[in-house]
Design a protein around this ligand. Structure first.
Ligand code: HEM
Length: 287
């Protein structure tokens, strides 16, 4: 039996208002709505995504999960991390590496592009991994439970709209060791609720969860700016190529006009010559 089914059955799930899982959901409710409504996430929901968009998103996700998972690994035995440490079920790094290699080739690391917001997010993860490992639960919750919820819908949309076959380039959305995302989320919430926190620590975790959403929103916004910029550049480039071509066309048209004018004036000259010859001939004849 898979880990999630087994554990949910043996761990009694009782939810109370004091539960971290409920509190974290409540404090991040508005942030979730804001994240869902960023231009990038709306594009995904409308199935209006390009391969370029998806590849850029994967690059940022890689940097985020690299920091998150390295910090979770380093703090695996910490009392606030151990209960929510599920590397086998949740770890995304390897899947992201494969996806990036699929799209960019072997040298994907050199080809990656990430905005500053992604680096700030990764930097924050490293910071709390060293100074406040108990805050890691806020970030793990935000990313992993998101991936197991709306992320599953986004995966199907991405597959369809980009026409990706046999799961290639879609490893990020796939959790082969999680047979039921809903059951696993229940297990995860009950593990979150088992973490013992002082009031100050709890307040810190809740604040960090709002910050985690904020980091994601900033990443999406900066990614969208990057995409808009590269779209504008592409358009400008296309315009330039068009501008260069226009004189070519007009040059060739001009030369066509010139050549027709040339042949016209030649004809005129010939006609004038003929008239003159006739007039002369007639004159000669008349006199
Ligand atoms: C296209 C955008 C998104 C859609 C359509 C979406 C949709 C959903 C849905 C349907 C749920 C399940 C709610 C429930 O079970 O009560 C959910 C939960 C969740 N989402 Fe999103 N989501 C999106 C973006 C995000 C983003 C960007 C994040 C964070 C980075 C995120 C984080 C979460 C989290 C942490 C949960 C679990 C909430 C809980 O049960 O405590 N979502 N999402």
């Amino acid at each position: 039996m898979e880990a999630d089914k087994q554990n949910v059955q043996t761990e009694k799930v009782q939810v109370t208002e004091r539960d971290l899982s409920e509190q974290i959901k409540a404090v991040t409710k508005d942030s979730h709505v804001r994240a869902e409504n960023t231009e990038l996430m709306l594009a995904f929901q409308k199935a209006n995504i390009s391969l370029h968009q998806y590849k850029l998103l994967l690059c940022s996700l890689y940097k985020i999960y690299e920091a998150l998972e390295e910090e979770l690994d380093r703090n695996a035995s910490h009392e606030s991390v151990a209960p929510i440490y599920f590397p086998q079920e949740l770890a995304r790094m390897e899947a992201l590496q494969k996806d990036l290699e699929h799209f960019y080739g072997q040298d994907w690391r050199e080809k990656m592009t990430v905005p500053a917001a992604t680096l700030r997010y990764a930097q924050r993860l490293r910071e709390i991994g060293s100074e406040h490992p108990e805050y890691l639960v806020a970030h793990a919750y935000t990313r992993y439970l998101g991936d197991l919820s709306g992320g599953q819908i986004l995966g199907r949309i991405t597959q369809k709209s980009l026409g990706l076959k046999n799961g290639e380039g879609l490893g990020f959305f796939s959790f082969p060791a999680v047979s039921s995302p809903n059951l696993f989320k229940q297990l995860y919430r009950s593990r979150m609720n088992s973490i013992e926190l002082t009031e100050t620590q709890r307040a810190g975790v809740l604040e960090e969860a709002v910050r985690a959403f904020e980091f994601n929103i900033q990443v999406f916004e900066e990614l969208q700016k990057l995409l808009n910029m590269s779209e504008k550049n592409e358009l400008r480039q296309r315009h330039k190529t068009h501008d260069v071509k226009t004189p070519d066309i007009s040059v060739s048209q001009r030369s066509a006009v010139t050549s027709s004018l040339t042949s016209g004036s030649q004809l005129l000259r010939m006609l004038l010559g003929l008239c003159l010859a006739l007039a002369l001939g007639m004159g000669v004849y008349a006199f």
